[in-house]
Design a protein around this ligand. Structure first.
Ligand SMILES: Cc1cc2nc3c(=O)[nH]c(=O)nc-3n(C[C@H](O)[C@H](O)[C@H](O)COP(=O)(O)O)c2cc1C
Length: 167
């Protein structure tokens, strides 16, 4: 047994859940950011939470618009997800830059990647400062899923994204 830091701890919980958070840019386009600090919070009403660093464009836009779609990306998006984690929607249109195929979601102005396993259409209820992050507590208005798609998870902490194999 040895004492670990948090990075080492995230290695030991791998594969970690990975969400691609879709939010609305000021010009109406969709921004995408991979987020591992995400979890279910309540069954009734259905609620989820995700935490973004204080500088995150995603967090800022979710707080401004009150809306997000939290998705589990499909396996074809592994490289794109890492690319989306390496740039900010404040200065880059990640969807255009990565030539991503997006689909509309009824009742939402935010689009989602065509290759997704799960999409949770969410409304922000509360945001709470948690150390160097801000936790966004959201109610899920609608769950959309496609179980034929393989979802992505984060491996080696948050260093790599790939599907998970059961067992
Ligand atoms: C696998 C992975 C997991 C990540 N998890 C988080 C996270 O939980 N919270 C966070 O703020 N950033 C996380 N990031 C980093 C953001 O995706 C990154 O800062 C991104 O540039 C933010 O984009 P935005 O400024 O358009 O929101 C993660 C990156 C990767 C590759």
């Amino acid at each position: 047994m040895k004492e670990l830091n948090m990075i080492q701890a995230t290695n030991l919980t791998s594969p970690n859940p990975l969400m691609l958070i879709c939010s609305e840019n000021q010009d109406g386009t969709t921004n995408l950011a991979p987020i591992c600090f995400a979890c279910y919070l309540s069954f009734n009403p259905p609620m989820i939470g995700f935490a973004t660093g204080k500088q995150s464009h995603t967090g800022k836009r979710v707080r401004e618009t009150g809306k997000a779609i939290v998705t589990v990306p499909g396996e074809s998006l592994a490289q794109v997800v890492m690319a989306c984690g390496g740039s900010t929607g404040a200065t880059t249109n990640k969807v255009a830059e990565n030539h991503m195929e997006m689909v509309p979601v009824e009742g939402s102005r935010i689009q989602i990647p065509a290759d997704f396993r799960l999409a949770m259409v969410a409304t922000l209820k509360q945001s709470v400062e948690t150390g160097d992050h801000i936790l966004h507590i959201c109610r899920v208005d609608k769950f959309l899923g496609d179980e034929s798609k393989k979802g992505l998870y984060a491996w080696n902490g948050f260093g790599k994204v790939a599907p998970a194999v059961e067992g």
